[in-house]
Design a binder for this molecule. Sequence first.
Ligand SMILES: Cc1ncc(C[n+]2csc(CCOP(=O)(O)OP(=O)(O)O)c2C)c(N)n1
Ligand SMILES: [Mg+2]
Length: 732
Amino acid sequence: MPSRTSTTKKVQKTGKQSPIPKEILENAFRLMATAKAMTDIYEANFKFVSKYVHATSRGHEAIQLAVGMQLHPQDFAYPYYRDDSMLLGMGLRPYQLMLQLMAKRDDPFSGGRSYYCHPSLRDEHFPKIPHQSSATGMQAIPATGAAMGFWYHEKMGTLPLGSAKNGKKYHTETVVNLDNPYPYHHKERKEMDAKPGLVVCSLGDASVTEGEISEAFQMAVLKKLPILYLVQDNGWDISANAAETRVANAAEYAKGFPGLETVSIEGNDFETCWNTVQDIFEKIRRERRPFLLHARVPLLNHHTSGVRKEWYRDDLAEHAQRDPYPILQKLLLENGFSAKDIQQIENEAIKTVASDFKLSKNAEDPRPEDLFTHDYAPTPVTEELGERSPANGETKVMVDCALFAIEELMREYPDCLLYGQDVGRRLGGVFREAATLAEKFGDHRVFNTPIQEAFIVGSTAGMSAVGLKPIVEVQFADYIWPGLNQLFTEVARSCYLSNGKWPVSCVLRVPIGAYGSGGPYHSSSVESVVAQIRGVKIAYPSNGADLKGLLKAAWHDPNPVVIFEHKGLYWSKVPGTEAARTVEPDADYIIPFGKARTALSADNQKIEKGESLAIITYGMGVHWALNAAAQFPGQIEILDLRTLCPLDEAAMYEAAQRHGKVLVVTEEQVNGSFAQTLAARIQENCFNFLDAPARTIGAENMPAVPLNTILEQRMIPSIEKVAKAMGDLLGW
Ligand SMILES: Cc1ncc(C[n+]2csc(CCOP(=O)(O)OP(=O)(O)O)c2C)c(N)n1
Ligand SMILES: [Mg+2]
């Protein structure tokens, strides 16, 4: 068993004669000279290239090359914005990096959507690079999620994406010409490719103080995940230095996570870097446990093109003395290369960089219509299938419909797993929404996480990248906030910013809504905020059959889906919500997203006489409306949206046109709510058909749902309030 204590090793240089093969030294120097030539040409063309912000690796090259050159196609890498040498080390050409520098159409990573050195690559021959955002440190959770995906695959005996034995063709087209001089190919590559993969999460020193880093470390140690956290310590944030921003360096900080083995090195010395990385990678591949490599490096170029070193740096001379470039040159000289050899390699690098620069400058820009591709990956679920109300079906509460849907999914698909707080064996969820699943499928398929909403949400990006489809949950909508950063930054944009390469397939279950004296932290509605996050899909069912059918569709969807499950409907505990119990649909039942359901129809006679009204709603609103409609027989049509994104706009507008009067009902505070935008859209699109303003009814515009019952009832809508609003509109 690996030690539970954190050990920090100072690695010393060993001898004069390097044990590193000459071929590797030559490659490394060629790449280092290339990286330097790239920085130089960017500086020489500063005005042109800094139209879009960029940072380069000058000073960090040795450690980056040591890592990049030792990665294999089965590995997953999460570089950060200063890692251009790491990308060269993996085998990318300057041309490909420069296409992103200039935001060109053929930028292989993002098609001109993201900045220089924000790579994403899904290529058979290369380490996999899932999308990572530009937010410092935030890639640690998705990266750790990918490592957790390896852990899961190994428990299940299944193969991750990228594995040489995995016959599935997950990759997109090959973007890299393998004949170019840049890819470094291991001689023993075939043998290496058969070894288990690992994950590298690359971080700047200042990013380690982000809170989310600790969530990642915690999980890496808890589950003994095969990941290397590489921290490149140049002592600088942007202009804030280490002394004013941290109490410990990354290696010292990691001591708080026993089991995360740390190694500290001088990251400017290629020989030390190569040997250390080789040793750590071997251990991770064999022993499946996490490491943190803390590499001290100088920062020789600007923070970014926009923040210039001359403005604030007082340590430039000291950093220049630690330049990795002459150190590697010296190593080459000690290993049989002549000054002439070195000069020749340098000249070739400069020439290649100059010609690649020219080539990329002439490359095509994105076209305006390119804006609209890859916001979502296409879903296979396009029609309602299966039996919604099987003849011999039993009536079930809503929470059980969800439970049975997940059980059916887990039975059929080994890539389906569930994790979150308290969903594991002892309790099966605080609402018993996962009861018995861990017993049936094992603790590796249904497990508890620490209280880490950011990890729960963000890890799905990594899990999905290695070919899994996790279902996760936050315990209450009230506690989704720590997870929203990951949802917005890493999960929702992954498909779009990777130009379609890395959609995140995950289902996030969110118990939501007021259910009687839950008070301010167990009653909130949050759908408007989530609906603002483009790139996720949202379901908000009002009954068991829809919940089951939508959960199935959500799971098969290659995109991230948030599914709001109303706590008041789970057991039809709130009076008037009996209709949430339904016959349980059969195992094949599935409902495509974006298709509303008519929960109640109005009489044609009433419609023709202009005495009818359309209610547009979802979730609890459906039940308030159903009950209130009893006071207006034949006059009310209720459209249950079922999904908020995609939205069945056509059904909404048809209902508005049919009745000429529309009331949108929501449980949320009404001002600025998603529901209010629906009323606005109806007004914009159906103005000529309306006989009254499209109205919205929702909760009072107060900051929280109060605990006291009288206050709670005053705050949120009710059957009576909805009935009054119906009467007002019908009387218009
Ligand atoms: C979450 C977040 N906050 C702030 C920024 C702005 N920012 C960009 S780089 C940077 C400094 C990061 O320093 P470090 O992680 O040490 O990397 P270095 O640039 O030194 O290589 C900051 C604050 C950001 N990108 N993301
Ligand atoms: Mg730094």
